[in-house]
Ligand binder design. Structure first.
Ligand SMILES: [Zn+2]
Length: 245
């Protein structure tokens, strides 16, 4: 997959288009950047892992492979800093090659004669209003059911554990978990790593920083936004230094 490198003007344009959107749609907007040649109409139906893998690569292209994140210990509240690497995260989720085969068609599996497919963004959107974690998981499973026996005595809640394990196996990048342990209290736990949210926050920060620079230079010299964005980063930094004095 060749992903074009977004320049500052393009970062600003992505930011502008994503600002008012729901986080699920922001992830799809960023995914669309990685797939300029494909029609975006079927992106909401792609397996979540397909989106996440592309966003990890996009993150690497925009801001490098190293991710430093601050997380509070869920037991003692101590702030910890964790260092991640997009390459390692991608290697971890590509370990068995099952996922790549299903990149564009949601893989299906069976549990107790119920047939399911792995979740996509459209499914996430349907359950996103659900506050209760377990209820959301059951609703998601129901959403992903493509075939079920009539009058089986089983409920979706009963199938949850087995179905989630199958989903994890078929699309490991759909839900990236980090296993953490606190140096202060020794507590170990799992956190959800959401590349869509992380990348959006970084694009938001970058876009606002660029706008602040444009603002300073426009105010000082009367240049237009395209003129300022066209300056090399060295020239822009030199002018900003003089303006700040
Ligand atoms: Zn702790």
């Amino acid at each position: 997959m060749h992903i074009p490198v977004p320049g500052e003007a393009e970062i600003l344009s992505l930011w502008e288009r994503g600002l008012a959107r729901h986080p699920i749609d922001r992830a799809l907007l960023l995914y669309a950047w990685t797939q300029p040649d494909l029609p975006s109409s079927n992106f909401p139906d792609l397996p979540l892992g397909t989106i996440n893998k592309a966003l990890l690569r996009l993150r690497e292209i925009c801001f490098g492979p190293r991710i430093i994140a601050g997380i509070d210990c869920e037991h003692c509240d101590t702030r910890m800093e964790i260092a991640l690497d997009t390459g390692q995260l991608l290697a971890g989720i590509n370990e068995d090659d099952t996922s790549s085969k299903f990149d564009n068609t949601p893989a299906e599996f069976e549990v107790s004669n119920f047939r399911f497919r792995v979740p996509c963004s459209r499914d996430l959107a349907v359950v996103s209003g659900e506050r209760d974690f377990k209820a959301a998981a059951v609703k998601l499973l129901e959403q992903c059911c493509v075939e079920h026996p009539e009058n089986s005595g089983t409920t979706f809640a009963n199938l949850l554990v087995e179905a989630e394990a199958a989903m994890e196996k078929l699309d490991p990048a759909a839900d990236i978990n980090l296993s953490l342990s606190c140096e202060e209290c020794g507590h170990s736990w799992l956190v959800d790593f959401n590349i869509g949210t992380l990348l959006w926050d970084e694009i938001d920060a970058r876009a606002r920083a660029v706008l602040a620079e444009v603002h300073s230079l426009a105010q000082a010299y009367g240049w237009t936004e395209p003129e300022i964005l066209a300056l090399s980063s060295q020239r822009r930094a030199a002018y900003l230094d003089m303006v700040d004095v």
